[in-house]
Design a protein around this ligand. Structure first.
Ligand code: AP5
Ligand code: MG
Length: 191
């Protein structure tokens, strides 16, 4: 299996690049944000628990996310690998993912981190607000999402750096150029 994590602040292009990576490397795209938004739309119990937190830009509790992760992997047992987008977001989640990989006798091969400055992500998300109307794309919530990223998620960079798996990529520029950089980085890890 080829297992990749895509990492970066809100609006850094995780979803955009993941869709292309999934196609190019034949891996299954697992976006926890997309899964949660679908649950909210279906008004499921999980969606009900997640909705208010998502609208505030807060993280949904780790235990719920870990359950989502388990069932997504279970449903895709035959996949040639995964690209995890938006997961893990806390150390607890990262440890749960490592444990799960171990159970499967698999490993995370590489973590691609997209570097994009705050002013650029704010511009992108406000632009998307006009087109898509995602509930968390408003000035106040974007500011909170960025703070939550810095406080709770950015520490994972050190976690994966220690494991020797971190690859940082400049996430500013054209989507095609960034994808080229991502592909050449990922190719180094294909065995
Ligand atoms: P999630 O859905 O993961 O949102 P996010 O991390 O805030 O990131 P986005 O999806 O907004 O951005 P992205 O990095 O995917 O960029 P995109 O490609 O869309 O999470 C939402 C919420 O769910 C969280 O706040 C939390 O509440 C909850 N949640 C999810 N996972 C969780 C977890 N594991 N634990 C706890 N809670 C969790 O691009 C953004 C925009 O920019 C698009 O319009 C795109 O077209 C454009 N764009 C992309 N690339 C470029 C470029 N190179 N140049 C210009 N524009 C670009
Ligand atoms: Mg996304």
């Amino acid at each position: 299996m080829f297992n990749i994590i895509i990492f970066g602040p809100p609006g850094s292009g995780k979803g955009t690049q993941s869709a292309r990576i999934a196609e190019k490397f034949n891996v299954k795209h697992i976006s926890t944000g997309d899964i949660l938004r679908a649950e909210v739309k279906q008004k499921s119990e999980l969606g009900r628990q997640a909705q208010t937190l998502m609208e505030k830009g807060e993280l949904v509790p780790d235990d719920l996310l870990i359950k989502i992760l388990h069932s997504s992997i279970e449903k895709n047992k035959d996949a040639a690998g995964f690209i995890f987008d938006g997961f893990p977001r806390t150390i607890v989640q990262a440890e749960a993912l490592d444990d799960l990989m171990k159970e499967l006798e698999e490993t995370i091969d590489v973590v691609v981190s997209l570097d994009v400055p705050d002013n650029e992500v704010v511009d992108r998300l406000l632009k998307r607000a006009e087109i898509e109307g995602r509930k968390d794309d408003n000035k106040e919530t974007i500011r909170n999402r960025l703070n939550v990223y810095k406080e709770q998620t950015a520490p994972l960079l050190a976690y994966y750096m220690k494991q020797g798996k971190l690859e940082s990529i400049n996430g500013v520029g054209s989507i095609d150029k960034i994808f080229e950089d991502v592909v050449s980085t990922l190719e180094k890890y294909l065995s």
